[in-house]
Design a binder for this molecule. Structure first.
Ligand code: NA7
Length: 293
């Protein structure tokens, strides 16, 4: 298929590369020029990238970025014509998503919110999970593209529901990880080594995908971003906003959200969200020790 891929960050770069590898005709664009993808053409603006394609795919930081890439100066909207599809793999506000989709529908353009879960490793290995909101017939057309970038799709309902479900997922990831990080910190303070704790966690009902994925990085003290702390913080804010709109109180998430804000103030924004541990360690005056598996 002819695809414009807009946004070549950690996730977008790997996703666009997998589309090109699968033989799709890909044109890429990134706000900051200089990024290229093997096998893809590079455009100077989002509008230029979107010219004559069947699908415009976005993967940028936040709601404001999506709005600007679609509707800003030299935005993709200028090149959108009836029958085209816009798919957005950024994690953004569900209510803004519905507004963007309504605006594009007036041009006969279909919209599928397509946020992902799986982080950088999932994007690189083409094993992302896509969480979708949109019409079934539109999703059907996009299946070859989802297959090139991921291992499974989950349709959650109409436009906006993909983003809602994604926020619900990241709420859990943030809270599960924070539980793990607090347990490691208290363990360290009480003299229980992470190395001894890990086999116990794995053998018990405490084990989880989040812990399994994060433990080797944490024990190896590798806090380089797989999923940047600033982006998880953004998702926590989005979930709290969605909760506020729906009159749902989220006390655990509120507290964890504050920890993320303090971690950002401590200069950890660009590190992985696993780096919230550094703050807990600082407060407790300990360092978690253990060996990477
Ligand atoms: P990164 O690696 O931080 O990349 C963010 C991308 O978004 C990058 O290409 C940025 O371009 C782009 N960006 C940010 N703001 C804008 C604006 N205003 N206009 C155009 N482009 C912009 O994030 P990830 O790849 O890890 O994640 C992307 C999304 O997937 C995010 O929503 C996650 O929560 C899930 P730049 O290179 O800075 O010019």
């Amino acid at each position: 298929m002819r695809v414009a891929f807009l946004g070549l960050g950690i996730m977008g770069q790997a996703m666009a590369a997998n589309l090109a590898k699968a033989g799709h005709e890909v044109t890429v664009w990134n706000r900051t020029p200089g990024k290229q993808i093997e096998g893809a053409r590079t455009a100077a603006t989002a509008a230029e990238a979107a010219q004559g394609v069947e699908v415009v795919w976005l993967c940028v930081s936040d709601t404001a970025a999506v709005e600007s890439v679609l509707f800003g100066e030299s935005g993709a909207e200028q090149s959108l014509t009836e029958g085209m599809i816009v798919a957005d793999s950024s994690t953004i506000s569900p209510s803004a998503t519905r507004k963007f989709a309504e605006r594009l529908a007036r041009r006969g353009v279909q919209y599928v919110d397509s946020p992902v879960t799986g982080s950088k490793t999932g994007a690189e290995s083409g094993t992302l999970l896509f969480i979708l909101g949109g019409e079934e017939q539109t999703i059907e057309k996009l299946k070859p593209l989802y297959a090139a970038m991921g291992k499974k799709i989950f349709r959650m309902g109409e436009v906006g529901k993909g983003q809602s479900a994604k926020l619900v997922m990241n709420l859990q990831i943030a809270l599960i990880y924070e539980g793990f990080a607090e347990a490691l910190t208290l363990g360290a303070k009480l003299g229980v080594d992470a190395e001894n704790l890990m086999p116990l966690i794995q053998a018990s009902m405490v084990r989880s995908g989040v812990v399994e994925y994060k433990a080797p990085f944490v024990l190896g003290r590798d806090f380089a971003a797989n999923f940047p702390l600033k982006l998880m913080s953004k998702d926590i804010r989005l979930a709290l906003e969605a909760g506020k709109e729906a009159r749902v109180k989220l006390p655990g998430l509120e507290t964890v959200g504050e920890i993320y804000e303090m971690a950002i103030e401590d200069g950890h924004a660009e590190l992985d969200y696993a780096a919230t541990l550094l703050l807990l360690e600082k407060w407790a005056g300990v360092e978690v020790k253990g060996q990477a598996a």
